[in-house]
Structures are given as structure tokens and as C-alpha cells.
Design a protein around this ligand. Structure first.
Ligand SMILES: *[C@@H]1O[C@H](CO)[C@@H](O)[C@H](O)[C@H]1NC(C)=O
Ligand SMILES: *[C@@H]1O[C@H](CO)[C@@H](O)[C@H](O)[C@H]1NC(C)=O
Ligand SMILES: *[C@@H]1O[C@H](CO)[C@@H](O)[C@H](O)[C@H]1NC(C)=O
Ligand SMILES: *[C@@H]1O[C@H](CO)[C@@H](O)[C@H](O)[C@H]1NC(C)=O
Ligand SMILES: *[C@@H]1O[C@H](CO)[C@@H](O)[C@H](O)[C@H]1NC(C)=O
Length: 654
């Protein structure tokens, strides 16, 4: 195939519509008790039956994102025998407590879900809705929990939702100490995470806040240790944040309310609070950090007990700088750095499989390596290909781990995109909740992708010609980066890995088809995903060893469904020239699978397993797209002193 940019003149810039993943439509379905209702075509089905383990009907909520429709901006639940009209709101005609076995004339426990698109009521589009089982859960930071228990009989199911944009300011702060995590104050929103985490003898302590329209906002907060004098005019939250701990000094939170603020001042009042675990997080973009470990004895954090715990708050709401469309440089090149299997923790992180004499210090060592790589390679885009966060055991605050792995890239102002692996969501946050963390980080161009297909984070990035070059007077889509969610596991026992599913491949077929217009060539593409497809293992075909460039030090751990082939679909699509996966940390080869290069990146994080102790350093893969998309070259950088470049190769030049 001849890929010369001038052939693409008819491929004009059709639209760079930003497909905001807002919830625009809701459906409720009910079916026989204990069964899983059918999905609704075009909708994403939330996996939790709101009446699980009861004698009520199964009820499922389904979400749709149709970006030609106005978004839903708020939700509420109303308990009443019958739904009633409420100005500006629409109710859904299925009782969440429906019981078709015992139809009662009047069910006073009936629960009705209302939604609104009325921007007078709320102008904050809903980006995510989740239902969690378990009474005393939190959603991620920024999620609101509807107070009504959807399922009182089995300890609860709650609906949580996240909205975009600027929130009403916080107008009051409170705290409560409890024996367990069943710790709420009616009418208040809880800040996720107990501030006494890891303290063996002691109470749980949660922070709470209120946003009351018309009340003066909180503009500042400080933590005051027992030998300090609180600042004048600040209000005391009268619960010792070290409540009941044997060793703890007393730690109190004070906050300031300011009245008579102008509209502009109001916008910069405190809008969000977050508690983070671990002492290795700096101050994330847009946030303020209170630099006192809430689990410490006092001034010296190193003298702490329990888990290091810090309070952050955000004044106002800064929309991060918009990332301009990805564009080839004037010399026709575009460079992508693939970082695989970073396995970040919210704590310091371990040094696994490193040389015995290494100066490794955990996550901070991985951060330093990434910084060095970024400075040396100066990529135009960084792609995190999953297991960005470590799995069960090492992480109890996945948001903090996310802020840590993205920070070096954000600091260098480089656009970045991420997908999930099998470990990222094994901790306190689901894929959806993690995506809400990523959504508003600076330089993030990650997208949640269509709601109706499997997974979170199936999306396309287009790389454009500059348009200022004399020969290339149009801005054209000249190269494609596909990102797929390859899921985590295929069974609950976690013995079989997940893989890209058939509906995702159908989506890929549709998208790649849409790039084939008229007689013009389709732009070349790379596909990134975490878990390799089985063909990565076909090193021996027809009795002949396929040549590979790089190492295969472990088994290819792919999914096991042989009823369809991801690789064949890519071949039919015709645009994908190379794939980049992670998952198997000590494989780093590229192989040619009949025209498509199947490549591993090799693991990069020292908190994940590796083979550094066997003289095989951590590494990462660089992709250099040249000639405005017609040539793909790749190499790896070893995480050694010289960032040694190895295995330079040209994958396609057609
Ligand atoms: C929107 O909500 C406001 C306040 O409740 C109400 O006055 C108005 O009629 C609503 N508009 C629509 C179109 O429902
Ligand atoms: C706020 O403004 C009102 C009216 O201008 C004034 O009467 C009041 O004293 C002000 N309050 C404060 C705390 O400044
Ligand atoms: C596009 O080309 C112009 C002129 O050569 C240059 O100034 C600009 O930086 C280029 N843009 C990118 C993204 O490379
Ligand atoms: C660590 O030990 C290895 C093997 O003994 C040696 O080759 C290497 O230079 C040492 N590295 C450092 C940083 O001392
Ligand atoms: C693919 O396109 C077909 C035809 O337009 C459509 O019916 C189908 O829903 C699309 N599937 C996906 C997953 O986008």
C-alpha cells in the first residue's frame, strides 16, 4: 500500500467532535427475582441487581451516552407508594422495590428514581453512575451517594454518581468518630476514607461536608496540633481526628467561612475535600495539601502510627488546559512512549527483583526513571498500557497511586492516555471510579469510550498532519492509535485472564471502516491493550520458528476464548500495523504475525515483578511514526544509567 499524505486530500477534517461521556439516558429493567435481566441495546448495564439476595424482583439500571442529547444533570430517589410529578424532574416508571410475587395495592416502601436535565436545578452533567453493594462503602472522591438504601434487607446497596464541572461551594464541615465504618451524619456528605486507617486500637473517624445554597462558603481549612493556637476566626470541627488512639496527640481541623463574597470569590471557595493514604504524594494539580500526617503524634510525620494520612482540599474548579489535537511535527514524525506495568502503590512501593546492590527505593525510583526517559526521548504522547497500579495487598488508595504515576508526565506537559490492566481495579476503586480520577487530570486525553461496549477505556486517538506545511495545506487525520480495554479476568476465580471482547471488535470494525473513505488509503494504526492475544505465542508456525526481536522469558498469558480471533479482526480492518501490550513483564519482543507486528513493551515498575536481579533491567518501548504515518519504527530503552537503546527496528514502510 502506498501511503503518501497527498493522497489523503479528500480526507478532510470531518469533525473533531469531543464525545463527552455524559449520561444522557437511563433505563430501568425488572425481571424475575434472582435472575439477570437482559441488557438494553445501546446502553451500558450496571452489573449490580439493586435487589440482590431479596425476594424482590431483579432490577437493573442501564446508562446511555448519546452525545447529540442533553446530559442528565442530577438524580434523586423518592420513597412513596406512587411516583408524583415534581417540577423539573422526570421519574422512571419502575419501582426499585418491585415484587411481582406479592403485588400490593399500595407499597409504602416503593422507591422511585428521578432524574433531571433541567439546568436550573443542576448544570453539572453526570459522568458516571455506579451502584455498590455493601452498606458502608464510599464512591471515589467527587462521587455523591444517594442516602436511601436501595436494599435494606441485605445491608444495602447505594447509588453513587459523579458530575462534571464546578460544584456549589462547601459551606460546613463536620467529623464523626465511630466503632465501625457504619459512620454517617444524616444530611451530610462523607469524605471517602477513614482518617484513622491502620490504627489498631482506636475509632474510625470520618470527615463530612455540606453544600447549602445561600450559606457562606468555606474558604480555608487548617489542621491544628494540640500545642498550637488555632488561627483567629476559624471554626473548630469538634472531633479529635486522633480519637481514641492510644498514642495519638490531639489533632483538630478548623475552617474559615467568609460572608459577603463576590460571585468571583464564590467560584474560588472550597469545593472538594479528599483524604489520601501514603506519604509519597505531592500536591496534585488544582489541590492544596495540608502537610500534617493525621495519624501522627504531632509535628513529626515519621513518628506516625497507622497509615500516613493527609487531607487535601480544592478551591474552585480549574478546568485543565485543553490539549491541542495530536499533530505530526513538521518533519513528519510523532513519537509515542509506551509505559507498561508500572504497578504504582499509594505507599512507598517495594523493590521487587532488583539487583542486590541497587539503590532502589520503590515507586520514587520508577518516577525518577520515567522522568529521565521523558527528558531523553521527549515523546509527543505517553501511553500507559495497564497495571499502572499494583493489585491487592500493596494499595488501599488507588486514586493516590493514579496521581503518582501520572505526575511526572503532567509535570513535563506531555499529553498522555491510559488503559486499564488486570490489577488496576483490584483495590478500592473500580474502573469507572478510576476513570473519574483520570478524566480531569492535566494533559490527559484518555477517554472512557462508548458506554454500550464492554470495558472502560475503548477509544481512538487521531494524529493529524500539521496543516501549515506548504505541501500539506489541510489538517488531515494521518495516523490512528486504538486503545482497548482487555479486561481483567474471565472467571471469578481469576484463573483465566480477560481479553478484548467481540463487541469491542465490532466497534473497531465500525470505526476503522469509517476511516476508509472513497479511494483514499486508510491511515495506518497502532493498537494498545494490556493483555496479549494468543497469537503472541505463535512463535512456532508450521514447524518453523518465527524470528522475534527481543526476549521471551515467560509464558504468554492471554485469554482462552478460541471462538474468535482478535488478530484476524485486526487483519480484516486492514489499518493496524502493530500492537503494543504489556502484562508479561519479562517479555519484550516484537514478532511479525503476517503483516502485523505483535510487540511487548517489557515491564517498567520496580513494584511489579521483573528480572532485574537476573541482569535484565526494567524497560519501556518507544514508537516513532515517520513520514506522516507511513513508517513505524520502534526500539526499547533499558532502565540503566545510559538508558541503553536496544532492538531498533522498522516495522512498516509501505
Ligand atoms: C426547571 O426547574 C425550575 C426550578 O425548579 C422550574 O422553575 C422550571 O420550570 C424548570 N424548567 C423545565 C423546562 O422543566
Ligand atoms: C455584609 O454586607 C452587609 C450589607 O452590605 C453588611 O450589612 C454586613 O455587615 C456585611 N457583613 C460582614 C460580615 O461583612
Ligand atoms: C506546525 O508547523 C509550524 C510551521 O512549521 C510550526 O511552527 C508548528 O510548531 C508545527 N506544529 C507542530 C505541532 O509541530
Ligand atoms: C552491582 O553488581 C553487579 C554485579 O556484581 C555489577 O556488575 C554492577 O556494576 C553493580 N552496580 C552498582 C551500581 O554497583
Ligand atoms: C456497528 O455499526 C452497525 C451498523 O451501523 C451498528 O448497527 C452497530 O450497532 C455498530 N456496533 C458498534 C459496537 O458500534
Amino acid at each position: 500500500m502506498v501511503h503518501k499524505p497527498h493522497l489523503w486530500f479528500c480526507l478532510l477534517l470531518l469533525s473533531i467532535t469531543t464525545s463527552h461521556a455524559y449520561v444522557t439516558h437511563l433505563e430501568l429493567t425488572s425481571c424475575k427475582q434472582g435472575s439477570a435481566c437482559s441488557p438494553v441495546p445501546g446502553f451500558k448495564m450496571l452489573p449490580v441487581n439493586v435487589n440482590q439476595d431479596t425476594d424482590l424482583d431483579s432490577v437493573f439500571l442501564h446508562l446511555r451516552n448519546d452525545h447529540t442529547s442533553p446530559p442528565i444533570t442530577d438524580l434523586m430517589l423518592v420513597q412513596a407508594p406512587q411516583p408524583t410529578e415534581i417540577d423539573g424532574w422526570t421519574y422512571m416508571n419502575i419501582n426499585l422495590h418491585q415484587n411481582s410475587n406479592q403485588p400490593k395495592k399500595e407499597d409504602s416502601n416503593a422507591i422511585w428514581l428521578y432524574y433531571t436535565r433541567n439546568t436550573t436545578i443542576s448544570n453539572r452533567p453526570i459522568t458516571s453512575i455506579i451502584i455498590k453493594q455493601g452498606k458502608n462503602q464510599d464512591g471515589g472522591v467527587g462521587y455523591r451517594r444517594l442516602a436511601m438504601d436501595l436494599n435494606t434487607k441485605v445491608g444495602g446497596e447505594h447509588l453513587y454518581y459523579h458530575q462534571d464541572g464546578s460544584a456549589e461551594p462547601i459551606t460546613a464541615i463536620s467529623a464523626k468518630s465511630c466503632f465501625s465504618d457504619d459512620c454517617y451524619i444524616e444530611g451530610w456528605e462523607r469524605v471517602p476514607k477513614d482518617v484513622n486507617e491502620g490504627v489498631i486500637i482506636g475509632f474510625r473517624v470520618y470527615l463530612f461536608f455540606k453544600r447549602e445554597r445561600g450559606n457562606s462558603p468555606v474558604t480555608d481549612m487548617v489542621v491544628v496540633l494540640d500545642d498550637q493556637t488555632p488561627p483567629e476566626g476559624y471554626i473548630k470541627v469538634d472531633v479529635d481526628l486522633n480519637s481514641g488512639t492510644v498514642r495519638g496527640a490531639s489533632i483538630f481541623l478548623y475552617y474559615k467561612i467568609e460572608s459577603n463574597l463576590t460571585e468571583d470569590d464564590l467560584k474560588t471557595a472550597v469545593q472538594q475535600m479528599a483524604v489520601a493514604y501514603g506519604d509519597s504524594l505531592g500536591t496534585p494539580y488544582g489541590w492544596n495539601k495540608i502537610n500534617v500526617d493525621l495519624n501522627s503524634q504531632g509535628h513529626d510525620s515519621s513518628d506516625g502510627f497507622g497509615q500516613p494520612t493527609f487531607l487535601f482540599f480544592r478551591r474552585g474548579y480549574e478546568v485543565p488546559e485543553k490539549v491541542p489535537p495530536l499533530t505530526f511535527k513538521a518533519d513528519g514524525t510523532f513519537k509515542i512512549l509506551q509505559l507498561a506495568d508500572l504497578h504504582f502503590s499509594n505507599n512507598k512501593g517495594k523493590c521487587r527483583d532488583v539487583p542486590p546492590n541497587s539503590s532502589c527505593e520503590g515507586d520514587s525510583t520508577t518516577v525518577a526513571s520515567i522522568e529521565k526517559l521523558l527528558k531523553s526521548e521527549r515523546p509527543d504522547l505517553v501511553v500507559f498500557t495497564g497495571d499502572n497500579i499494583d493489585g491487592i495487598g500493596g494499595v488501599n488508595d488507588a486514586r493516590t497511586a493514579t496521581l503518582k504515576y501520572s505526575q511526572p508526565v503532567i509535570e513535563q506537559r506531555i499529553p498522555w492516555a491510559m488503559i486499564f490492566g488486570n490489577h488496576d481495579d483490584e483495590n478500592d476503586l473500580s474502573r469507572e471510579e478510576l476513570f473519574e480520577v483520570v478524566r480531569n487530570l492535566p494533559y490527559s486525553i484518555s477517554e472512557e469510550g462508548p458506554f454500550e461496549i464492554s470495558g472502560v477505556g475503548n477509544y481512538v486517538l487521531k494524529i493529524w498532519t500539521n496543516g501549515t506545511d506548504a505541501k500539506l495545506t489541510e489538517k488531515m487525520h494521518a495516523f490512528t492509535v486504538y486503545l482497548f480495554d482487555s479486561h481483567a479476568y474471565a472467571n471469578p476465580e481469576k484463573t483465566v485472564y480477560g481479553e478484548i471482547k467481540q463487541d469491542q471488535l465490532e466497534w473497531y470494525r465500525n470505526v476503522s471502516q469509517s476511516f476508509k473513505t472513497g479511494q483514499a488509503d486508510t491511515p495506518n494504526a497502532i493498537a494498545f491493550f494490556h493483555i496479549p492475544m494468543p497469537e503472541y505465542n505463535n512463535l512456532d508456525r508450521d514447524g518453523h520458528q518465527q524470528p522475534i526481536l527481543g526476549d521471551k522469558r515467560e509464558t504468554v498469558s492471554s485469554g482462552k476464548d478460541t471462538s474468535y480471533s482478535i488478530l484476524s479482526t485486526f487483519r480484516e480492518g486492514g489499518d493496524i500495523r502493530a500492537t503494543g501490550c504489556g502484562h508479561d513483564h519479562v517479555n519484550d519482543y516484537c514478532m511479525n504475525a503476517e503483516g502485523i507486528a505483535l510487540c511487548y513493551a517489557g515491564g517498567m515498575g520496580v513494584n511489579g515483578y521483573g528480572a532485574g536481579h537476573l541482569g535484565w533491567p526494567r524497560r519501556s518501548r518507544v514508537w516513532l511514526i515517520e513520514d506522516f504515518g507511513s513508517t513505524i519504527r520502534t526500539w526499547k530503552r533499558l532502565d540503566d544509567k545510559m538508558l541503553t537503546m536496544i532492538h531498533y527496528q522498522t516495522l512498516t514502510n509501505d
